[in-house]
Design a protein around this ligand. Structure first.
Ligand SMILES: [Fe+2]
Length: 354
């Protein structure tokens, strides 16, 4: 019988840049003529948003937000090290990175032995160029992430035998090696750069759905109408995949950490706020249900409501919560860092048997 622990972290790029730059997305919206003037007026902002933005464009609040998140990363890392998993299975979004026009799988398990990761490598076909980072690592910085090909093949095989049509991949095509959801998870769990020896099994989830190609996983360029792509897999499908994987690894010989990697509602995905701030209220509801073990609230959540809340990336957590529901695990520890200024609600979590 496999031993299992459940973990959740965020992978926001904001934790690899200086605090004074963390409100950059909001500042871009404030300079966007398409955003109504009334929304730009701090008199109409939530009080917490006014306080966060302050008179320094959010620099002081950003430093606090970053410090709180780093403490959470270190906490999760110590839990992971104590657990000594054979591998960490990570659900993460592929944001027009490994998967593009050639193919967009709803899910894909990556069965690599190892991958050369180049977190800062820019490419001419990417909207994301080289970014100065808090570690001062150069554009050609490279490190090796160990993976677990045998376990990935085992899980893909078991899913297919149970009529769950899982795609698999033996080789990355993305120039960085790993999509940001997996890359940043490793970078942040090794924030102190002591080395990350745990093996991983990435499972990409098409969290960007209708905007994965049409908006290149970010937001539409220019004012032109974009043709929406087919949707993301539904929250229920993600929940059920998590449950199926939980059963498979429970019956396997391995010690496994099941980890969701993403923040929740994203400002730039939230149409109701003109993409200026995240839907904090919906995140509070989801968090309360997770904390209280009300997993049916998650299972019954609709994709329509999740898209309206800018919560595409939360689909990674629907996999985790489905797995925890299947195992009858409860939340052991959590941290809920809400923000109106720094793009997205950051949640960290540890689940264990009860
Ligand atoms: Fe992401």
């Amino acid at each position: 019988m496999g031993e299992i622990i459940g973990l959740g972290i965020s992978h926001s790029p904001l934790f690899g840049i200086p605090p004074e730059k963390m409100s950059g997305a909001l500042r871009a919206r404030l300079n966007d003529p398409k955003v109504p003037a009334s929304l730009k007026d701090p008199k109409n902002w939530p009080r917490q948003m006014v306080e966060e933005y302050g008179d320094d464009f959010g620099a002081a609040a950003g430093a606090c937000h970053q410090a709180a998140m780093l403490a959470d990363f270190r906490k999760i890392r110590s839990v992971l090290d104590d657990f000594k998993p054979d591998f960490v299975l990570i659900w993460g979004d592929d944001q027009y990175e490994n998967f593009r026009e050639e193919i967009i799988p709803p899910f894909c398990i990556e069965a690599f032995d190892e991958v050369k990761a180049r977190p800062w490598a820019a490419a001419p076909d990417s909207r994301r160029g080289f970014r100065a980072n808090v570690w001062n690592e150069p554009e050609d910085y490279e490190f090796t992430v160990k993976c677990h090909r045998e376990a990935a093949r085992y899980i893909a095989t078991a899913l297919l035998e149970q009529d769950f049509d899982m795609a698999y991949s033996y080789k990355p095509r993305f120039h960085k090696g790993l999509a940001h959801a997996f890359m940043n998870a490793v970078l942040y769990l090794d924030y102190d750069r002591k080395g990350f020896q745990h093996r991983i099994v990435p499972i990409s989830v098409n969290c960007y759905g209708r905007e994965v190609i049409s908006a290149q996983g970010l937001y539409a360029i220019g004012d032109g109408e974009v043709q929406p792509d087919p949707p993301a897999p539904s929250p229920r499908r993600c929940f059920n995949l998590g449950a199926a994987i939980a059963r498979i690894v429970r019956d396997s010989p391995w010690r496994v950490a099941l980890m969701a990697s993403s923040a929740w509602s994203h400002s730039f995905l939230t149409p109701k706020t003109h993409r200026m701030m995240p839907d904090v209220e919906t995140d509070r509801q989801l968090f309360a249900a997770m904390r209280d073990g009300n997993y049916q609230f998650w299972r019954n959540f609709t994709l329509t409501d999740l898209e309206a809340a800018g919560g595409g990336e939360t689909l990674n957590w629907f996999n985790l919560v489905g797995a925890m529901s299947e195992l009858n695990y409860k939340l052991d520890w959590s941290s809920f860092l809400e923000t109106y200024v720094f793009n997205a609600t950051k949640v960290s979590a540890v689940f264990g048997p009860k």
